[in-house]
Design a protein around this ligand. Sequence first.
Ligand code: C5P
Length: 223
Amino acid sequence: QAGTLLQGKNILVTAGPTYEAIDAVRGITNNSSGKMGYAVAKAALEMGAKITLISGPTCLSPPTVDKFISVVSAEEMLHAVQAEVSQADIFISVAAVADYRAASIKEQKLKKLPANLLIELTPNPDILMTVSTLPNPPFCVGFAAETENLEKNAAAKRNKKKLPLLVANLAQDAIGSDENELILLDDEGKHVLPKAAKIEQARHLMMHIHSLYSKLKKNDEKN
Ligand code: C5P
């Protein structure tokens, strides 16, 4: 019965893009729509889990989760995740977090001048890595949107971030669209979920997460 498989489990999901302000009215963001993250939250809800959804700015109306936290920047998302993560059994990091932010945010609107404008960027913290390298981390699931060498880059990310499961998709197919093809990479190898609606993919993904998570818990009990 899918409706009870994740009953009693707390799942933390991040979704959407982040927006990094440059000045009072401008900023850096990306094309993430939030559709996949919201679909994952919805699929996990259908399986009876308690969901905290932390979302960057999107045009979607959020699913009726247990707790919805709206954030703008990567730093805000990190703080929200840090405040919630101790409650989480599973952390699913779907958000397309901006890799960089402006080194300083100008309070006033930048003026147009007849010259090149250089904006200094500084790296953002890696939220998922912060969580996956905690002494006692929740079961962590990452996403990788790549434009080339999908499997190779995704496998490298899974190793670097020490993730039991990484979900890879082609950025040009997935970002903003209603459908995507997913490749799930875990310790057993790869599983392809052929192109389908994001909510269908999210349901398959959640079943896969449930199965890996239950196996892990059973092994923990044995040891
Ligand atoms: O950006 P990258 O391809 O490394 O993202 C892979 C995974 O890491 C995604 O699950 C994303 O949510 C997460 N991430 C993060 N914080 C960042 C960059 C990425 O949590 N600053």
